[in-house]
Design a protein around this ligand. Sequence first.
Ligand SMILES: Cc1ncc(COP(=O)(O)O)c(C=O)c1O
Length: 425
Amino acid sequence: MGVNNVKLTENYRFNTRVIHEGQKPEEWEGATLPPIYQSASHVHATAENLSRTFAGKTKDHIYMRLTNPTNRVLEEKISSLEGGMGAVTMSSGMAAVTNACMALLRSGDEFVTGNSLFMSTYLLFANIFKKYGITARFVESSDMDALKNAINDKTRFIYLETIGNPKMDVPDLGIAGKIAHEHGLPLLVDNTLASPYLCRPIEQGADVVIHSTTKYLSGHGAATGGMVIDSGKFPWNGDRFPDFKPFIDRKGDLAYMDKVWREHHINFGTTQAPFHSYLTMIGIDTLALRMERHLENTSKVAQFLKARPEVKWINYAGLEDHPSHNTATRLFNRKGYGAMISFGLKDQEECFRFINSLRLIYHLANLGDCKSLVIHPFSSQYISFDKEKKAALSITPDMIRLSVGIEAYEDIREDLEQALDRLNE
Ligand SMILES: Cc1ncc(COP(=O)(O)O)c(C=O)c1O
């Protein structure tokens, strides 16, 4: 568990902090990146010290499944960039989603969630949690009245994604945070699609931030990873959280982070490989620069697609007629609207012909890479979903999902153009 008590660069701007936050070359023999501590366990000089460390009285490391020095650098860095107080890195974004929620849930509990969710998160909430007697109440992500009305005595948290996929809708995190806090509940936000460059949910009112670091934070598609970040501000001593007492006693403001780490991360074995943390850190160095290009390219691609007759509809909050346009403009401080677009062609057959004609853009199941990526979700990631579930999640046969990369815009446009032209042959 990384506790963010080092803010070496707090006086610098975000684009500088993204590179320099957490840097300690003086502790790394002058190296500009931390060593990869590829060791399953750590030697302790005395029995007394190991005992004290097990009791949580030192910051020393014991065993990789618990903590690791390389991982800790990444935890402190991302925690600070998100304005958090502590963080735990995990083996994947889904490990982070699972642990962040499980730490709050007991059999019989409920939570309220937007319905615009990453596919595996949806399956976890709708199917897996259900097996353990936990109910996810799904509401339209941007409908704050529905969110409020779904809260009851059994609710333990509210869950949203900053940019929902594939509708690319942007819920008002400020209002959601207010509703949550009025009911004594924490707001959990998956900030993967925005990244801390575009949005820092804790500043808007969130209490917990979740990331798949596999996406924009890494940017190179070379490592999977996840992160749970605790704002350290939520009062866990409220009526709804009697099970938090031992964690409050042990860690005070970081009670939630301690619960995530001690109860779930350690015992579920969702360990992050230090090499993946190292690769993620290399990626983060260029986050701000990459995001600038991602956002600029995406805005141009959306305008290009809008003008093409083959494109029947577009989901991208940067377009003025998108229902989330005003909220996203405010929330993202006019920096951009994310780098994901979903759009409709005539039907599935046209989608397949379009994808098969692309020359530059990769056809694969990922997003947030520096390379442009495309997929037909209906026939791939969602293939096992029944008709009703696909419709409820707005996964239609005519939909293409595009993750816009940082290549030269003209090359992305020309590739899209020639693939769209082929539909008319
Ligand atoms: C919003 C969001 N959250 C979580 C995940 C899961 O991340 P991972 O693939 O690293 O487990 C994804 C993956 O695409 C995602 O898009």
